[in-house]
Design a protein around this ligand. Structure first.
Ligand code: NAP
Length: 274
């Protein structure tokens, strides 16, 4: 039996156990995958345990992504650039950290929306961990512009640099006329009044745009609803979550991930909670 886990805090609402256990079962692999609540500042102990007991793979979420980048034996180039790890696996005797968020985001655009960011004018709202992965991925994928709009200007500057020549800091004014808008802030997450908030003035959204809100709980945020009302195509972040997990699954098992199975498990888990 191989053991996998996701570490983070809070962790109760993670969809990773549902997705990965369904995938292991579908491929008849002898794995069990757990969610482990690990307080901030304690990732080192978990990585030490991973070295001594047969943990075969680990997912890493808030607040440990940066800490784990310093605890593994090596990082992939993308995890090094982002300074954040969301997936750990064994390569021989070596613990390797990767960041699959950007690849998962691009796969969701491609496989779920048939959207290629090459040559597109894009706006990313936010400059935190998720935004940085998306900004880097859009730059790498050949977007013509990756405009970063964030509450804290210094973080926006650093994040925009991840997109290379395509990256710059902008404002909400850049939204009108762009092709893709990504909300990578936490505005709109949660329930009640918090879920009714949009990170931008929705009057700026319109037909011909793709709007991706990385939030998936609630499934339809105020931003997604308003974007659709104004004629844009709008989706939530569940696709990115599923596809980043699919990349982790491939690292751990070497097998092609059963993405449909993982998607169905995530959707069923969300429906069960609703
Ligand atoms: P993070 O590192 O804490 O970054 C949060 C971002 O939101 C920062 O840019 C922050 O701006 C901004 N923000 C927070 N409160 C704000 C407010 N009241 N007004 C304006 N901006 C505000 O978090 P993260 O890990 O990047 O996650 C961001 C979102 O992405 C979350 O909703 C998370 O659930 C989602 N996410 C989704 C996936 C997926 O697979 N779908 C993966 C990762 C994250 P400042 O820089 O000014 O503080």
């Amino acid at each position: 039996m191989k053991i996998g886990a996701v570490i983070g805090k809070p962790i109760d609402h993670s969809l990773s156990p549902a997705m990965h256990n369904a995938a292991f079962e579908a491929l008849d692999l002898p794995w069990r995958y757990l969610a482990i609540s690990v307080p901030e500042g304690h990732a080192a102990e978990v990585i030490e345990v991973m070295r001594t007991v047969p943990f075969a793979g680990m997912s890493v979420t808030m607040p440990h992504k940066a800490a784990v980048a310093d605890l593994v034996d090596s990082c992939t180039p993308i995890a090094t650039v982002l300074g954040a790890v969301n997936c750990v696996w064994w390569r021989g005797e070596e613990l390797v950290g990767d960041n699959t968020d950007g690849a998962g985001f691009l796969d969701a655009l491609d496989q779920d929306e048939g959207y290629d960011p090459r040559g597109q004018r894009t706006v990313v709202l936010g400059a935190g961990g998720a935004a940085r992965a998306v900004i880097q991925a859009l730059g790498e994928a050949g977007a013509a512009e990756v405009v970063v709009v964030n509450r804290t200007a210094a973080r926006a500057e650093a994040a925009a640099r991840l997109a290379g020549d395509a990256g710059r800091v902008g404002s909400e004014d850049d939204i009108a006329g762009c092709d893709l808008v990504v909300n990578a802030t936490s505005v709109g997450m949660g329930s009640g009044a918090a879920a009714e908030r949009s990170p931008v003035d929705v009057e700026r959204l319109g037909g011909g745009q793709l709007v991706v809100d990385l939030i998936y709980e609630p499934a339809t945020t105020a931003l997604v609803r308003a974007a659709r009302e104004r004629g844009a195509v709008a989706v939530n972040g569940l696709g990115m979550l599923i596809h980043q997990a699919a990349h982790a699954f491939r690292h751990w098992t070497g097998e092609d991930p059963p993405v449909e199975v993982m998607s169905a498990a995530a959707t069923a888990e969300l429906a069960r909670r609703a």
